[in-house]
Design a protein around this ligand. Structure first.
Ligand code: SAH
Length: 219
């Protein structure tokens, strides 16, 4: 693992800056989000055979039929979750390779992340450990049920698409909390931002996205 951190061209500052400039051109404005993306080595989160493509703005396979999200989508979701403010406790559903988790960990006090596929979770845990990130807790479970023990959350980010919003996630959202979630069947979904104030929910469609489906139960 260690030798992958140093000395290879794809990790160069220039390669990473090119990605940041592209995200800016696509409309990402939150400098804290851009800084986090610049700082987290995405090549560590993908298979070595794909690491030369790690700083392209594209989704890539991570095994078990799943994908690491496109950097633009990670940036957009994180920007919407933050809304320019600081985040205390964040819940993420669909850890996958752990890349989005590591981005969130730079912007929140505590990150709780749930993944239903054990092999992906184990790898994500190892990476986060190797990168010495200490404010993440991961769990093998069905994210549709949330993680009630640590609720309420001021942000919940969902990286797999259910047909409708799991009620448990709304219940675990704190007052003023924000839920970013892809919703719908098939290969294209609406990415929604749901904001809770008291008992009121406000909904906004951010864009069209293509996530893997949210699947109930354990993998
Ligand atoms: N942010 C991740 C995205 C991975 S893809 C990354 O960039 O790597 C979405 C992940 O959601 C997959 O790993 C899939 O196994 C997981 N997933 C799907 N349904 C789930 C559920 N009900 N609970 C927890 N994880 C789920």
């Amino acid at each position: 693992m260690r030798e992958r951190f140093v000395g290879i061209g794809m990790t160069s500052r220039r390669t990473r800056n090119r990605l940041i400039e592209r995200l800016r051109a696509e409309g990402i404005r939150d400098e804290s989000v851009l800084d986090a993306i610049r700082a987290v080595p995405r090549h560590i989160f993908v298979d070595e055979a794909l690491s030369s493509r790690a700083y392209e703005d594209t989704a890539l396979p991570i095994g078990a039929g799943q994908t690491i999200s496109q950097p633009y989508v990670v940036a957009r979701m994180t920007e919407a979750l933050r809304a320019g403010g600081s985040l205390d406790r964040v819940l993420e559903i669909g850890t996958g390779c752990g890349y989005q988790t590591a981005i969130l960990a730079r912007l929140a006090t505590e990150v709780y992340s749930i993944e239903r596929i054990q092999s992906l979770l184990a790898q994500a845990r190892q990476r986060v450990h190797d990168l010495k990130i200490h404010n993440i807790r991961m769990r093998h479970g069905d994210g549709g049920k949330g993680w009630p023990e640590h609720a309420p959350y001021d942000g919940i980010l969902v990286a797999a698409a259910p047909a409708s919003v799991p009620w448990a996630l709304i219940e675990q959202l704190g007052d003023g909390g924000r839920l970013v979630i892809p919703l719908g069947h098939g290969h294209a979904q609406d990415l929604k931002l749901i904001t809770r104030s008291g008992d009121e929910l406000q909904e906004q469609i951010l864009e069209r996205v293509a996530f893997v489906p949210m699947v109930s139960g354990l993998g």
